[in-house]
Design a binder for this molecule. Structure first.
Ligand code: NI
Ligand code: MN
Length: 229
């Protein structure tokens, strides 16, 4: 079964796979580059990498309206449950679970995770999604770290990496991450949302094409790609 990945700008992605519609790090209301509003999306599952507003702002209202299950770390799940989200599933680092849409593992990230109201948001993370014909590593907000080599052992088809610098890896470290992760393709995110994360993505793309076997997939907010077997 194939699936379609849509980038909504910054770190917000949708993945439609059969009857399931995953929404990653929902940020629409304050997102200056997203082409849609939070009302226009009806996910079955919402995956949240960490507690920062640019990843969680719209999670509770969308989950409540759509009846979506939220998957995140245990502290964020507890906080969202307190915000009125009915169905949550907490994971912690290194833990995977087989959900109805497929298997997901919560990975480590080097970042922070405070929630918008100052609550403790646990430790930040990312996800590996084991979809048919497409193992996807969503790094979340993170610095470069050596243990990405371990995720590279999982036969990653697609890496979704932040490249915007300042808050996360910049283009140079994200390039180095490709050597650790050894993915077949990469989609950059968390850049060109606002001036502080400005990146010349074409230079980055050209460097990958010239020096690696990885296929860079450069999207514009609203763009979609279909993948999988
Ligand atoms: Ni963050
Ligand atoms: Mn962020």
């Amino acid at each position: 079964m194939t699936h379609t990945i849509t980038w909504y700008g910054h770190a917000t992605f949708g993945i439609e796979i059969g009857e399931y519609h995953l929404l990653i790090d929902p940020w629409f209301t304050g997102n200056p580059v997203t082409p849609i509003t939070a009302d226009e999306i009806n996910p079955t599952h919402i995956l949240v990498t960490h507690g920062h507003g640019d990843h969680i702002e719209d999670a509770a209202p969308i989950a409540q309206r759509a009846g979506a299950q939220v998957i995140s770390n245990v502290e964020i799940c507890r906080w969202l449950h307190g915000q009125g989200v009915e169905t949550v599933h907490g994971l912690n680092h290194g833990g995977a679970y087989t959900f109805d849409f497929g298997r997901a593992k919560y990975t480590i990230a080097h970042h922070s995770s405070g929630l918008p109201d100052g609550s403790y948001g646990g430790q930040p993370g990312g996800f590996i999604l084991y979809l048919p014909g497409d193992t996807i590593y969503i790094a979340g907000d993170t610095a470069l770290f050596m243990d990405m080599q371990l995720y590279g052992d999982e036969d990653i088809d697609l890496a979704i990496l932040p490249i915007g610098d300042n808050y996360t890896m910049g283009p140079g470290d994200a390039f180095k991450a490709l050597g650790f992760l050894r993915p077949r393709a990469v989609i950059p995110c968390h850049y060109n949302t606002f001036p502080r994360v400005s990146v010349d993505v074409n230079t980055w793309e050209n460097r990958i094409r010239a020096q690696t076997m990885v296929e860079p997939i450069i999207m514009k907010p609203g763009d979609a790609v279909t993948r999988g077997a």
